[in-house]
Design a protein around this ligand. Structure first.
Ligand code: M6R
Length: 314
């Protein structure tokens, strides 16, 4: 109830879940949240308020950088919360409290279901903060929780669209460069989509906040570049449409993740990955699934072992 700031540290996909937590904590609970890559935080001489909470997000609960970042935060006076999938892992044991995602063992190297569970756990935590601090009414929280209950059905629905995702992947099997773009909560989804493609397909993929395009990366957009845009409804949906128009006019092939029935978005796309619409802060939990499927499909088309990507270990 009394914390003044939340510092979240994590690596890889867990870092992307952490970025989404920042949107939820600040929007719902009105507490400032900062997110750091754990391997940067632990060496950057951070200033921590004694009433701060440090949150470590780690599927395995064993990533050394995250563990040591949390130790550093504790040494500087913060209380520590672990969000992990593994009961009694090192990070959970050292924390003051642990929030377990209990998604079942993540057997392949690429994080998939555990990422969705991390986002849910962190957003529930944000809602709990909102509740105890009184920044959202019980009624509003009740409506949000109702949307949360509908997510499993929506994800089942997205999973059933595998053939459509495969068709898009087949059409792009020859492409070498992919830009994943998003804004607001679509931005961490873009980072995650790009990471999944890199680690499974070994293709060049960049994740960017679309508003940054004009500050440099747009120079790389040319005919043949594939842009994958997270174009589902969020507060910056309209601005994102203009960003897509910019890459389209430079000849990019555009694949958009769009809400079912959103023909306006579909008109800008060469291909659409359709998803059901939900509360915008939950949208990443649904939107990331076709991107996981897309990376899986492209990796298989390129003949790679999706469970054991090269150079990576769990
Ligand atoms: O177990 P952790 O969540 O701490 O692992 C962090 C990263 O190593 C992990 O998310 C990695 O990026 C995955 N291979 C992503 O699919």
């Amino acid at each position: 109830q009394k914390i003044t700031k939340v510092y979240i540290v994590a690596c890889g996909s867990s870092y992307h879940a952490a970025l989404l937590a920042k949107y939820a904590i600040e929007h719902w609970a009105r507490v400032a949240a900062e997110v750091d890559i754990a391997s940067e935080f632990r060496y950057r001489d951070p200033v921590l308020d004694p009433a701060a909470l440090a949150v470590g997000v780690s599927q395995s609960g064993e990533s050394l950088d995250t563990l040591l970042a949390l130790r550093e935060a504790r040494r500087r006076g913060a209380r520590v919360l672990a969000v992990t999938n593994v009961v009694d892992s090192s990070i959970a044991r050292e924390a003051d409290a642990a929030l377990y995602t209990r998604a079942g063992p993540e057997i392949c190297v690429a994080a998939t279901k555990t990422l969705l569970a991390q986002i849910v756990a962190l957003e529930l935590f944000a809602l709990t903060l909102a509740q105890v601090r009184g920044t959202r009414s019980a009624e509003e929280i009740g409506h949000i929780i109702d949307s949360l209950h509908r997510l499993p059905e929506m994800i089942e629905d997205v999973l059933s669209r595998e053939k459509e995702v495969d068709q898009v992947a087949e059409a792009l099997a020859g492409a070498r460069d992919f830009f994943y773009l998003g804004r607001n909560v679509g931005y961490p989804v873009a980072l995650e989509g790009a990471l999944k493609l890199k680690e499974l397909s070994y293709l060049h993929a960049e994740g960017y906040p679309a508003g940054e395009l004009k500050h440099g990366p747009i120079a790389l957009i040319e005919p043949g570049t594939v842009v994958v845009g997270i174009a589902t409804r969020n507060p910056l949906w309209e601005k994102f449409q203009s960003n897509i128009a910019e890459v389209k006019s430079r000849g990019a092939t555009v694949v958009l993740v769009a809400n079912d029935g959103d023909e306006e978005t579909a008109r800008q796309a060469d291909a659409v990955l359709w998803v059901p619409e939900t509360e915008y802060l939950f949208a990443p939990i649904v939107d990331v699934v076709p991107l996981q499927m897309f990376a899986y499909s492209l990796a298989r088309l390129h003949g790679h072992d999706v469970d054991r990507p090269r150079n990576l270990a769990k």
